[in-house]
Design a binder for this molecule. Structure first.
Ligand code: PYC
Length: 406
């Protein structure tokens, strides 16, 4: 704040202005998705009379709480096409922003420890290849060559039988993604208001006309909710029913160590995933917590359970220290696909239901939601994820593409 960069530009954002009484578009949620949507509204559609309202700070929700994995090896053609667009956007994002987002292509192994897991990997590989995505099932020898420090016998508990290998699997600096979008949106005229909580959404008939906030009321033509784990709080303001349930998803990082792991390793059966960050920390997570809870508290149980499974694969980690742990709130749908696009309320758009995989959708969600809002019509990539699919029994079953069990 207040500091100037070497190009004499304000560092990221100037101090927040007072709220105006009217905006064309209000985006609720200043995470990656909200910032990306604001960026593409301004950049691609010339819509700049936009306020992003964030109850905390930019990227302080699930954007800053995930394990930064980017991949497109989903199970359904709809999911694969959507996430492949995101991977391609991610690859150009640093140039687009003129900001290093530490995008690092690592290769992604999803281990199979049972015949049925291997069958799902084959299924995913075929769907992926059909859509032009690099994914293949590999055997123990190939895994041992690429991940030589892993015990493929898993201490005899659940030997690895093979894996789905996805070469484009990557990691990126999550804060930089949110900041890059925020700076780009801000430079194009979008207003970003942190510490601004939406307390009500106003309607007239079936049409959105404004929002109330803890800093005053605003009238607007369109409202987009992009708040992940806070979705039920927002949709309840409109009496809008969705099948979303919130489960905490916890993660942690180890102390930094010399780089040794350049791939991403996931085991759905052992409920673990791990990669090594550019700072040398091991970034690790497990499955979602077993019960519905609107909370970001992290627990000792989580670290204990994670360590137990992780040591089966990487026994040499037994002396490494855990440095930080945290939790996010995952908004999970019955078919494990997101809910995106128009809603029965005119002018109210939803970007939700990201469950355990929202970070990797940041660019594509921003781009397709911006198009949807600008054209008041669902973008073709998100039409399969419309809210009405639950009433039409037209689900997009993605549970088999989850990194870990749920
Ligand atoms: O979808 O790749 C993923 C993921 C990793 C950790 C949680 N979700």
């Amino acid at each position: 704040y207040g500091l100037k960069s070497e190009h004499n530009e304000p560092r990221f954002f100037p101090d927040s202005k007072p709220l105006k009484s009217h905006y064309d578009v209000v985006i609720i949620g200043g995470g990656g998705h909200g910032m990306a949507c604001a960026y593409y509204l301004a950049k691609e559609h010339g819509i700049t009379d936009v306020a992003v309202l964030e109850q905390g700070y930019i990227g302080g929700g699930n954007t800053g709480r995930n394990t930064t994995i980017v991949r497109s090896n989903y199970l359904t053609p709809e999911g694969v096409k959507f996430y492949d667009t995101s991977v391609k956007l991610f690859e150009d994002l640093a140039d687009d922003f003129d900001l290093n987002i530490f995008y690092s292509t690592r290769g992604h192994f999803t281990l199979a420890h049972t015949d049925s897991a291997l069958r799902t990997m084959r299924w995913r590989a075929e769907v992926n290849k059909h859509q032009g995505i690099e994914s293949e099932v590999v055997g123990r020898e190939e895994i041992a060559k690429e991940v030589p420090y892993m015990d493929l016998d898993c201490a005899g508990h659940a030997p690895v039988m093979g894996a789905l290998y996805h070469a484009p699997g990557s990691v990126a600096r999550h804060d930089a993604v949110a900041w890059g979008y925020a700076r780009g949106a801000h430079n194009r005229g979008v207003e970003i208001h942190q510490k601004t909580r939406v307390t009500a959404i106003r309607t007239q008939g079936d049409k959105v006309v404004g929002v109330d906030t803890d800093r005053g009321a605003i009238s607007c033509n369109k409202v987009i909710s992009m708040v992940a784990g806070s979705t039920p709080r927002i949709t309840s303001m409109l009496g809008l029913r969705t099948p979303i349930e919130i489960f905490p998803l916890q993660a942690c990082v180890s102390e930094p160590v010399k780089p040794f792991m350049d791939t991403i390793v996931v085991s759905g059966s052992l409920h673990v995933y791990v990669s090594q960050s550019s700072r040398g920390e091991l970034v690790m997570g497990a499955s979602v917590d077993p019960s519905v809870l609107h909370s970001t508290r992290s627990s000792f149980d989580f670290v204990e359970g994670l360590a137990d499974q992780m040591l089966d694969l990487f026994p040499f980690m037994s002396r490494m220290k855990v440095m930080r742990q945290w939790a996010g709130m995952s908004d999970i749908t019955p078919d494990f696909a997101p809910i995106m696009g128009k809603t029965p309320i005119d002018g109210f758009y939803l970007d939700a239901g990201w469950g355990t995989w929202g970070f990797k959708a940041t660019p594509v969600s921003g781009k397709t939601m911006a198009w949807t809002v600008a054209n008041d019509k669902n973008h073709e990539l998100i039409e399969p994820f419309r809210l009405s699919r639950f009433a039409d029994f037209d689900l997009v079953g993605e549970k088999g593409a989850a990194s870990v069990g749920h």
